[in-house]
Every structure is written in structure tokens, then in C-alpha cells.
Design a protein. Structure first.
Lengths: 277, 293, 439
């Protein structure tokens, strides 16, 4: 019996190892290939070759004219950071309210928030453009942050409500009976348990505003142009400059990796608290 | 402060932010869908045409009906595949330990990759001459070496789904991991003491507790499958023939290449109505108990 | 000049300005005579104009020399580069908003009919400054003209050529193909002996697979649209499509992967040494076939006109004109810029001095047949001139881009799914006729 159990455990551990290896291979492999491409000289870009003289030429090109990536990198960082900083707390508040309180027309309201995102962007981008023009928000950080918020908030609210729904309500009730205020309850009890959810929602907000292309293309011109617009500029009339896209892609991914790793540690911490509850 | 005022105050900022931004464009687009608006002729919508644009879609445009079919094939395929893969990843990775943390960090990256770069790269990867996927698959399955992946209608759709899954499954799995980790461990342990098999434990203990998050993952994925555009645009261009031309892609072509914004808006709202229909079904299935008060 | 002023609605003031300007021109003519019909005396000194252009070597070449223009005229030019794939969306957003910015807009000739309302007709200015469209090939001039009025100066334009592996043809003692049947025969030999096929492309992506088929159609005596009737499903069209599909499915002369390939990947295939033939735009020569991405040497690659079908060869030509935004506040300065940027000297200097950076596209007849230009580019331009002499453009219809996509889908459907060519073209033609009738 004991022996059986041991082999079974070992077999499971082995399978898990294989599974993890496959996950890493499937999801990291293509990224590494793109990463390699960014360092390839043009002569090796369209080959299978793994042996090539690495070059920084592609990076030099993307920061030079006519692409000037530096300015756009900064725009993207500011716009995405503000979108997360405003979006996540706002979404958390709304999600908490949706999850915990009875409300008139709650379902319709909750559904309505999401339904604003049912329309493909290409048919609303021109109305957005006209509206932003009237408001003087074209080609500004404010405008871009605002439009990104309107896109990510509905999704973030939904995600966070899902997470809050899994948290048993009893703890909050107990604290309330002890005389804690609603804000205190949210701050002291809900927030710590919610860290995995906040992380997911934050990642979502950041990446979505970071990658938004169509709105950025139409609503910016010069001052607030973001990375994806430049990334798309490599679809030149003379074909796709894949190596330059790859170099730009590296700039998009590296900060994500750093941020993600940093947060993961908190993520785990938060999660541990959650499951030890 | 009472809960009564509190609950609205909590919702207000999000509500104002969203509605102040999207209401005008949405109404404008609805209004457009009942008008004729040819971008080539006019800067603004012109004649009110009642339901003409909608009628055209359903009664006078076989390409539209075909693309509805393509859209549903893609949605079903991509939602099922993304959720299943995400669930698998989540079950594997919802543990403590360094290797799990690192793996979880890594799987943020596919989602972080810009769809434009991913679409372009995957097209190259599938190229018969210099594609790493094509080469690798040909190496493992020699009989598949001759397949022109994006030149075959069935394979093109499968790769479209897989490309989309590669982007979304990791993110959805993070959502599910979040959900799994917040399931109190004692309930799972209690079940394993009872001698329930891993499979039983999953069905009877884990899945029910995960359901709220899983449901939301399904809803979100469905919405994004409906709206998916980049991969069609970059990977297949709707081809071969029109076998991967989804509704979003079709609306884009009608709006910006046939210059017919009125018709494009109508298609978009047909899409939205379909999406509302699907969502209602989801709601019935997934939140049967939630009551409106 | 007249039309320009009508559009701005400031006839009186501008005419006055024009008079002043011409007096000044007269007054300073002796002191400083500017080339290309530019107004001397810097009447627009300090004006700033923006130029919306896609990313392509051509425009980079312009932007690198624009300081010369600013020196002469005092007009500053800002280049706004947008991705080519989304250039149309960007232009349409300018149109919908009625924005005065950008002042100069570069567009694809096929979009001309839909964009003409936002562009200033240039005929009067051209007359005044002695510029004639005759300096361009008929197809390029036609692409910038709509209903007899010129809306843009062609700044970038292409000719179709057949590129082939000269070394392999010589090795096997084969002649350069002149007709399609020649091509099939020669390609069959090369494919058998060397394993390198024709880099044809059938992917419907961006409607580009129609570029080769339309040669076959026209050479076969067929038409796309005639007198408002869609006729590309005529027997000539069906035969052309059958032949085009046969290259892949019957003659088997293509390099594998053609069903999903697009033109960019096709020229790469030649550059990578996987294909021996490629038919397409001449710019592929410098950046893809012989670019830094390949180890091929210049003497390995030959080029000639597109093959003839039967005894006729009609090629397709495309151009990207630049026009002036009708809402622009600085139309006259914009016209000064257009005069400068489209002048043959600038083009000649760019294609000679920047040939190594693939700034090879030229449009002026004089430049295409110029000795120095041809020497710097191995005779590419002479071949282009021959191809352009017998070339045509797509029908000038607002809805053409979507009709093009319908045909592209049909081609792909026939090649990939084995659909009957007649049936596929009939379906496309029915949908296309609806678009044509919508007017």
C-alpha cells in the first residue's frame, strides 16, 4: 500500500514535470525565437540558423529616424501606468459593490457595463475620433488614458467580481459586528485576499493599454504616439520588416517580464494568505 | 456612512468613466447603422434608410452569412481550446515553489506580446521555407511535412484557433490559478482524507468552487473571440478563399475598404446582438442562483 | 490657380497675393532663379506643412533631402510616417474630420476615386508652372488622374518584372522565357534539375494575388469591368484563372507553399535560394531578392518584362500619388513642396546615389531611360520602362478595393479548395456588380 502510494506520487511528480516542461516549451519557445530574431543580421532572419553573429543593428534602427522608438516607449509607459493606477482601484470598488450589495437592476447594470465592449473597435473609432477632436483630446496622454480606461474597466470589474465572489462573506460580517467600518473591511480583509485577482486585473489593464493599436493610430498623431503604432510602421510598403518588429517586441516584453516577476512574489504571498485562511 | 449610499459611491467612478467615454460613440454607431454613410462620398452619415443595412446583411449578402458561420466555428473552437488549455495549465501550476513561480511568470509573456507581432511572427513560423513551426512539425510528424498550413482551409482555421489560444490560454490560466489558490485548502484536504480520487476531488470539490472565476473566464474569452481581428488580418487575410473571414474582419473590410460605414456598423451591431444572445445563455447556465433584488 | 481659390473660398485675397507673388518673382528673377518652377523670394517663408506618407525607402529619401527645399523656400516640412497597412484608415479619419492637417497626403492610386473629394485638383497649377503629366508613363499618370483632372503627383510607382536565376538558366542552356508557355517549360526543367520553382503567390491577403492573374486576363483579351458591367467572369477571365491555377495544381512548377504565400514572401523565397522565378514589383529586386537578406550575387539574377500570354503582354502598373488636402491652410506652400518633391532631378539623384539603400523607384520617363540611372541600377529602369510602355491600371471605381478583394478570394478559393473557376468568378462577379451598381 505504502509502496503503491510512493510510486503513484512519483509518477505524478514525473508527469507534472513533463507538463511544466511542455508549457515552457510551447509558450516560451516562440518568444525566444522572436527574441533571437531581434539580434539576427538580416542575412539570418529568414533562415533556421541558430548560429549567427549577433548584432544590435535592429535596435539601432528602431531608435533612429524615422521610427524614434524612445519617445513612444515613454508615451506607452506613462499611458499604461496611469491606466493601471486609475483602473484597478476603480474596478475593485465597483466589483466589490456588485459582489456584496443588493441593488436595483444589478444584473442589467452589471451586464450593461460589459455590453459596452461588444462592438468591434473599427466601427466606433471614427465617432471616438470626432468626439475627441471636439473635446481637444486628440494626441494627448489624457485622451489615451481615458479611452484605455473605458476599454479595460468593464473587463477588470468582471474579473474582480469573480474573485471577490469566491471570498466567503462571513469574515467581513464578523468584522462589521466588531464595529469596523466598510472601508476598513475592504482595506483590511478583502484587499489582502484579493491580491491574485488584483494582479490578474492589473496585468490585463496594463497589457491591454500597452498593446492597443487601432485607437492609438487614429487618435494620436505626434505627441502621444505609442509603441504599437511604431510596431505597425514596420509593415512597410516594401513588406514586413520582421527583424525590426522583433526588436521592438523585445522592448515590449522585457519590462513585462520584470514587472511580472516582481509581482509574482507578492502574488504568491497574497495567495498563501488566501489559502491559509 | 451607510451601505446604501456606499454601494453607489463605489460604483460611481467606474460607471461615470465608462459611460462618459463610450456612450457617444456607441449611439453614433447605432445611428450610423440606420443611415447611409459612404466614406467616399460624405464626411457624415446621410440618408436615413431604416433597416436597409440590416436587411442587406441577411437577405442580400451571401458573404455575410458565410462569415457568420466562420465566426461561430472560430468562437466555439477558440473558447473550448483556450479554456481547456488554461484549466490544464492552472491545475499544474497552482502550487507553491520556485519553479511554479517562474513558470507563472513566463506564461504572462504570450499575453503581453503584441497581437500584431504575434500574428506576423506566427505567419512566418508556419511558412514552408523559413518557418520554425513547419520545420519542427515536419521533423516530428514526417507525413505532415508537405502541408501548406495556411493554404488549406481546414488547417488555416485550426492555426487561427491555435494562434489565438497561445495568446489567451496563459492569461486565462492566471485567472484560474488565482481562483484555485483562493479555494481554502482544508476543503480539498478533507476530501482527500475521505479517500476521494484526484479526479473525484476535482469534480466535486475544486470545480464547483472555481465556477465563478471559470464562468467569467468563459464570458471574457467569448467576447474576445467575437472581436478577434488581428490574427485573421495578419495570418490568413481571411483565406484561403473566405474560409477564415470572420465577421469582425468582414465589417472592417466593408467599413474601410468598401467605404460603407453604414453597412459596417450594421454588421457590428448584428455581432453585438449575437454576443448578447450568447451572453444571456451563459448567464442562465452559469449564474442560475444570482437574483436581482 | 483658379480652382485652388474656389476651394478655399478666398478668391479675392489670394488673387491679390498671387499677383504680388508674381510681381516678386519677376522682380527677383535676376537675383535668384529657383529651379522646378519654385517661387523665388521665399513668399511662404516660415510656413510649416505636414506630409502624410507611408514608410518606404522612397519617402525616407525625400526626407533626407528636404533641407534643400527649406533653404530655397523657407517652408518647413514635417513628415508624418504611418504604417502602409493602415494608411487608408488614417487618411479616412482626416477626411471625416475635415482636418487641415496634414497638408500633403500620399495615397494609393486605387483609392483616388474615393478620396478625390478631399484633394485639390492640380491642373491649373500644373499649367501655370509648366508641369505636364506627359513626363510620366501613361499608367502612372492615369493613376493620379480621375475624370480628366489630376489630383496628385505620382511619387512612387511600380512596374512588374519577371525575375529569374540567370546562372541556372545559363547552366542548363535555357532561353529567358518570353511567353507563359515558355515560362512553364523552362521552370519545369529548372524545378526538375535544381529543385527550384516559381515563387507564385495565391494568398488572398490584401488582394494581392490578383496582380499576376490580371496580366493573364488582359493579355488574353479579357476585361475586368466594361461600361459599368462586371465582365471578369468572361471566358477569357475563366481561362486565365484556370491557367493561373494550373501552374500550381497541374503543371506543378511552383515552389511549394504558393497557396499561402504573399508577394513579400515570394521574393524572399528567391533571395533565400528556394525559387528560381518571381513575378512582381521592381522594388523587390533591391530589398528582397538582392538585399542584405541574401547571399545571391547580382549576376545571378536577371530580369525582363512579364511573360506574354499568346502573343500579347499587358502588364499591370501601380502608383502612389501625393495630393494636397482640400482643407489645408497652406495649399500654395504645399504646391511648392509638391513641385520640389516630384521634380525629376531629385528622383534621379536619389535613385543613383541611394541605390544601395534600395531607393530605386523612379517614375519620370526621362529617368527610366537615363544612362546613369540604369548604370547605377544594372538596367532595372530600362526594363521597367519597357514593362510600363504596355501597362494598365485597375478600373477607377470607388468600390474597386473591395472588388479586388472579391476576385482575390475567388482566386484563392479555386487554387486551394479546387472550386470551379467559372463558379468562383461568377459568385465574385455577382457581388462585384452590386458594388458597382451602388453608385
Amino acid at each position: 500500500m505504502d509502496f503503491d502510494r510512493q510510486t503513484k506520487d512519483r509518477a505524478f511528480a514525473f508527469l507534472r514535470g513533463v507538463g511544466i516542461a511542455m508549457i515552457i516549451f510551447v509558450f516560451l519557445g516562440p518568444i525566444l525565437w522572436i527574441f533571437l530574431t531581434a539580434f539576427k543580421p538580416l542575412s539570418a532572419v529568414y533562415t533556421m540558423s541558430l548560429w549567427f553573429e549577433p548584432t544590435l543593428d535592429n535596435f539601432r534602427q528602431i531608435f533612429d529616424k524615422p521610427f524614434y522608438l524612445g519617445q513612444k516607449l515613454w508615451n506607452s509607459i506613462v499611458i499604461s501606468a496611469f491606466t493601471v493606477a486609475i483602473g484597478v482601484p476603480t474596478a475593485l470598488a465597483a466589483a466589490y459593490s456588485f459582489s456584496r450589495f443588493p441593488m436595483k437592476y444589478k444584473k442589467s447594470l452589471f451586464f450593461g457595463v460589459l455590453a459596452t465592449q461588444f462592438i468591434p473597435p473599427m466601427v466606433v473609432v471614427l465617432p471616438f475620433f470626432l468626439m475627441f477632436r471636439t473635446l481637444g483630446l486628440l494626441d494627448t496622454w489624457t485622451g489615451m488614458i481615458w479611452i484605455n480606461l473605458s476599454i479595460v474597466l468593464p473587463f477588470a470589474i468582471w474579473m474582480l467580481k469573480g474573485f471577490i465572489d469566491t471570498i466567503p462573506i462571513e469574515m467581513e460580517e464578523a468584522a462589521m459586528i466588531d464595529g469596523a467600518s466598510r472601508l476598513r473591511v475592504v482595506w483590511d480583509i478583502v484587499l489582502p485576499v484579493c491580491v491574485p485577482g488584483l494582479f490578474v486585473a492589473g496585468i490585463f489593464c496594463f497589457i491591454f493599454s500597452w498593446n492597443d493599436f487601432l485607437y492609438a493610430l487614429i487618435l494620436t498623431k505626434k505627441e502621444a504616439v505609442t509603441l504599437p503604432v511604431t510596431l505597425n510602421a514596420f509593415y512597410t510598403e516594401e513588406g514586413d520588416r520582421w527583424e525590426l518588429m522583433a526588436a521592438t517586441g523585445t522592448f515590449i516584453l522585457l519590462p513585462m517580464f520584470a514587472i511580472s516577476f516582481f509581482i509574482q512574489r507578492h502574488f504568491v504571498q497574497g495567495a498563501t494568505q488566501g489559502s491559509d485562511r | 456612512m451607510t451601505d446604501r449610499s456606499f454601494k453607489y459611491m463605489f460604483i460611481a467612478p467606474a460607471f461615470l468613466l465608462v459611460s462618459a467615454t463610450v456612450l457617444y460613440p456607441l449611439l453614433y454607431a447605432i445611428w450610423t447603422s440606420f443611415h447611409e454613410w459612404r466614406l467616399s462620398k460624405s464626411r457624415a452619415p446621410t440618408d436615413f434608410v431604416w433597416f436597409e443595412n440590416y436587411a442587406r446583411a441577411f437577405f442580400d449578402d451571401p458573404a455575410f452569412l458565410q462569415s457568420v458561420g466562420v465566426t461561430f466555428t472560430f468562437i466555439i473552437g477558440s473558447v473550448v481550446s483556450a479554456i481547456l488549455v488554461a484549466l490544464l495549465i492552472a491545475l499544474l501550476l497552482s502550487r507553491q515553489g520556485k519553479i511554479y513561480t517562474v513558470t507563472r511568470t513566463i506564461i504572462v509573456l504570450p499575453f503581453a506580446m503584441s497581437p500584431a507581432l504575434q500574428g506576423t511572427s506566427f505567419r512566418f513560423f508556419l511558412n514552408q521555407e523559413f518557418g520554425v513551426f513547419d520545420r519542427l512539425i515536419g521533423f516530428i510528424f514526417p507525413f505532415a511535412a508537405e502541408i501548406d498550413w495556411l493554404g488549406d482551409s481546414t488547417w488555416a482555421m485550426i492555426w487561427l484557433i491555435l494562434t489565438d489560444t497561445w495568446h489567451w490560454a496563459p492569461f486565462l490560466s492566471l485567472m484560474l490559478i488565482g481562483g484555485l489558490l483562493s479555494i481554502p485548502r482544508d476543503t480539498i484536504e478533507a476530501a482527500s482524507v475521505d479517500g476521494a480520487s484526484a479526479w473525484m476531488r476535482f469534480w466535486t470539490v475544486v470545480l464547483p468552487q472555481l465556477l465563478p472565476v471559470l464562468a467569467i473566464a468563459c464570458v471574457l474569452k467569448t467576447i474576445f473571440s467575437f472581436k478577434m481581428f488581428e490574427y485573421v488580418y495578419l495570418l490568413t487575410g481571411g483565406g484561403p478563399g473566405t474560409s477564415t473571414a470572420t465577421l469582425t474582419y468582414y465589417a472592417y473590410r466593408q467599413g474601410f475598404h468598401a467605404y460603407d460605414m453604414g453597412y459596417a456598423s450594421a454588421i457590428a451591431f448584428v455581432l453585438a446582438i449575437l454576443l448578447i444572445g450568447v451572453s444571456v445563455v451563459y448567464f442562465r447556465l452559469l449564474f442560475p442562483k444570482e437574483k436581482e433584488v | 490657380m483658379r480652382r485652388l481659390h474656389e476651394k478655399t473660398g478666398t478668391i479675392l485675397r489670394s488673387t491679390l497675393l498671387g499677383t504680388v507673388a508674381s510681381v516678386m518673382t519677376f522682380g527677383t528673377a535676376l537675383a535668384e532663379d529657383l529651379p522646378y518652377g519654385l517661387k523665388s523670394g521665399k513668399p511662404y517663408d516660415g510656413t510649416k506643412i505636414t506630409y502624410l506618407a507611408p514608410v518606404a525607402t522612397q519617402y525616407e529619401g525625400h526626407s533626407e533631402r528636404v533641407a534643400e527645399f527649406t533653404d530655397m523656400t523657407g517652408i518647413e516640412v514635417e513628415f508624418e510616417f504611418v504604417p502602409f497597412k493602415t494608411l487608408l484608415e488614417k487618411i479616412l479619419s482626416v477626411k471625416v474630420a475635415g482636418d487641415s492637417d496634414p497638408d500633403v497626403i500620399n495615397y494609393l492610386d486605387a483609392w483616388g476615386p474615393a478620396l478625390k473629394d478631399m484633394l485639390v485638383p492640380l491642373d491649373d497649377q500644373m499649367d501655370a508652372d509648366g508641369i505636364s503629366m506627359d513626363r510620366y508613363f501613361a499608367a502612372h499618370a492615369a493613376g493620379a488622374t480621375y475624370d480628366g483632372e489630376v489630383y496628385g503627383m505620382p511619387l512612387r510607382g511600380h512596374a512588374q518584372l519577371l525575375f529569374y536565376r540567370k546562372d541556372l538558366l545559363e547552366k542548363h542552356g535555357l532561353d529567358v522565357p518570353v511567353t507563359w508557355d515558355d515560362l512553364v517549360n523552362v521552370a519545369a526543367v529548372i524545378k526538375e534539375k535544381e529543385g527550384l520553382g516559381v515563387a507564385n503567390y495565391y494568398s488572398p491577403k490584401n488582394g494581392q494575388n490578383i496582380f499576376t492573374w490580371v496580366n493573364l486576363l488582359w493579355s488574353n483579351g479579357g476585361e475586368l469591368i466594361a461600361d459599368g458591367k462586371v465582365v471578369f467572369n468572361s471566358p477569357a477571365g475563366v481561362e486565365a484563372l484556370q491557367y493561373y491555377a494550373d501552374l500550381e495544381n497541374k503543371f506543378d512548377v511552383n515552389t511549394s507553399g504558393a497557396k499561402s504565400r504573399d508577394p513579400y514572401e515570394s521574393s524572399l523565397s528567391v533571395g533565400a535560394g528556394n525559387s528560381a522565378f518571381f513575378m512582381g514589383w521592381w522594388w523587390h529586386y533591391g530589398s528582397r531578392i538582392l538585399g542584405k537578406n541574401t547571399t545571391l550575387q547580382a549576376d545571378q539574377i536577371g530580369f525582363t518584362g512579364m511573360p506574354a500570354y499568346g502573343d500579347k503582354g499587358v502588364t499591370f502598373a501601380l502608383s502612389m500619388p501625393s495630393g494636397i488636402n482640400v482643407e489645408s491652410d497652406d495649399k500654395e506652400a504645399a504646391w511648392e513642396f509638391l513641385k520640389w518633391v516630384s521634380n525629376p532631378d531629385l528622383e534621379k539623384r536619389n535613385v543613383i546615389e541611394k541605390a544601395d539603400r534600395n531607393v530605386i523607384v523612379a517614375l519620370h520617363k526621362s529617368n527610366l531611360t537615363d544612362e546613369d540611372v540604369n548604370e547605377a541600377n544594372r538596367g532595372l529602369h530600362m526594363a521597367g520602362a519597357k514593362s510600363l510602355a504596355d501597362s494598365r491600371i485597375f478600373p477607377q471605381l470607388e468600390s474597386w478595393p473591395e472588388i479586388q478583394q472579391l476576385i482575390a478570394n475567388a482566386i484563392s478559393d479555386v487554387v486551394s479548395n479546387g472550386t470551379d473557376p467559372q463558379e468562383a468568378l461568377d459568385t465574385a462577379a455577382a457581388a462585384a456588380q452590386k458594388l458597382v451598381d451602388q453608385k
